[in-house]
Design a protein around this ligand. Sequence first.
Ligand SMILES: NC(=O)c1ccc[n+]([C@@H]2O[C@H](COP(=O)([O-])OP(=O)(O)OC[C@H]3O[C@@H](n4cnc5c(N)ncnc54)[C@H](OP(=O)(O)O)[C@@H]3O)[C@@H](O)[C@H]2O)c1
Length: 244
Amino acid sequence: MVKRQTLTLITGADKGIGFETAMALGKRGQHLLVGARNQARGEQAINKLHTAGVSAELVILDVTQAGTIATAAKQIEASHGYLNVLINNAGIALDAHQPPSQLPVMTMRQDFDVNFFGLVSVTQAMIPLLKKGAPAKIINVSSNMGSLGLASDPDSRFFQVNSLGYQASKAAVNFATIDFAKELQPDHISVNSVNPGWTRTDFGGNRSGEQTVAEGAAQIVKLAADDSPDLNMTFTETAGKLPW
Ligand SMILES: NC(=O)c1ccc[n+]([C@@H]2O[C@H](COP(=O)([O-])OP(=O)(O)OC[C@H]3O[C@@H](n4cnc5c(N)ncnc54)[C@H](OP(=O)(O)O)[C@@H]3O)[C@@H](O)[C@H]2O)c1
């Protein structure tokens, strides 16, 4: 039987870690469905991928807009009929390190809309396609800032962090990983969380960070390109396992 080309959808793939992940997986022979909420930015990304010889197509996808999610799922169903890998990467951090007592609830709602409700909505919409592509995988791009273990450990540098909206939304992402992993294991769909680490992208409105974007994408790429079916319900980074 001819092996089908691995088909991978990445949300928020027009720039940053999502784009870098698309480039790296495309160079490994995967066909990329590049999720972008903005047509022009999405087309720019597709052009760069095609110039590099990567097989990729644009999927307009705003994770907060149910209509674009449904249209994206229909588009993938019509043109391919299956999906092997879903990388839930789109994310924002609107809190600017205010103490929780001063953080507007509306700001936290916006973080949750993209990082958690968006991720869950896209996942729910793509499950029928992932079942047709099984064995399949979902990779949720989380953050060490969402680790309850690190945030409550006085010896961790995350003990001092104040970003309740972002932290809580990524902790919720990790819960989505655990609960979807349990539900989808019988369907041969694995679900794992990954922390990219502090990376120099536009994220949070600055380009600070300890790592290059390639280093930030590395663990996501490793999981997405790995053929081992056993990894399920984990929270990892390049250096290894993280506490939930
Ligand atoms: N950079 C870090 O240090 C770091 C550390 C830990 C975790 N992360 C996580 O890594 C992921 C990627 O971050 P990044 O550093 O690559 O940030 P980035 O360069 O700002 O890229 C974020 C991506 O998400 C997209 N996005 C935002 N809102 C969206 C929406 N409503 N629907 C669809 N796409 C949306 C953006 O699209 P537009 O171009 O249209 O804005 C962009 O493509 C995020 O989940 C973030 O939480 C990053």
